[in-house]
Design a protein around this ligand. Sequence first.
Ligand SMILES: C[S@@+](CC[C@H](N)C(=O)[O-])C[C@H]1O[C@@H](n2cnc3c(N)ncnc32)[C@H](O)[C@@H]1O
Length: 239
Amino acid sequence: MKTVSINEWHMAQESELLFWDKKRYEPARLIEAIRDKYVLFTEIKKIYPQILTEPPDIGRALEIGIGPLCLGVVSLLEPAEKWEITGIDPLPRMALPKLPGYLEAFFSELYKKNMTYIQTPAEEFDNPVNAFNLVICDNVLEHTYNPQKIINNIYNLLLPGGFLVLRENTLSHLSKWRKKIFSNKYHDKAHPTFFTFQELINIIKDNQYDIKYQQKDKYETIKRLCGKSRRIIIFCRKQ
Ligand SMILES: C[S@@+](CC[C@H](N)C(=O)[O-])C[C@H]1O[C@@H](n2cnc3c(N)ncnc32)[C@H](O)[C@@H]1O
């Protein structure tokens, strides 16, 4: 799978920083971001509820590339007191500005859980092995510089029997080549890395993950030919 230079990645992160800085002042986009998290949470609950089972003791959950506003699926885990949650992202954590009243209550509910935020790229996340029951990676890998290293790292971070939830965008072979050939003309600064569904599956299989579920969104061929990416969901278990 393609990796990119650190320089290219830093350029992508500059635009990512601007994106989040702007987004936090736009209530409609904040609501959309939260809705998106509830959608994934609900899908996990519906398709593979074992992933969200209440831990007998204390469960530890990690969200990779959670974003500087810490709007992650891990904040939705229940019961709150049974989960220790950690979010990592290379961007510095950002505070939300004063929100309109109708959003204030909602966000304070979401933020009431204590989250440990660690500012680091996932490729360099240095943590004890076998530490987490659950790792979430939602719309992150195409923003990173070495997705393969991240998937390998996650394997080490998970406890045996722990789950990885991936929701990512993948390209078709054609879109991938198109993007390569026209990389200067259509430079997609925010997404330095790209991969096909099969390439992602291959790096998962390089580790001893047991793939429990995989879903590809339906798509329209014409849009895909024009380079539209396909959102996929994969649930894996460390054996
Ligand atoms: C599109 S945002 C997704 C944020 C969040 N997961 C969500 O769905 O709202 C991509 C995030 O990946 C982060 N990111 C970029 N490179 C990364 C890396 N090497 N390791 C971990 N996160 C990274 C970015 O800083 C950004 O917050």
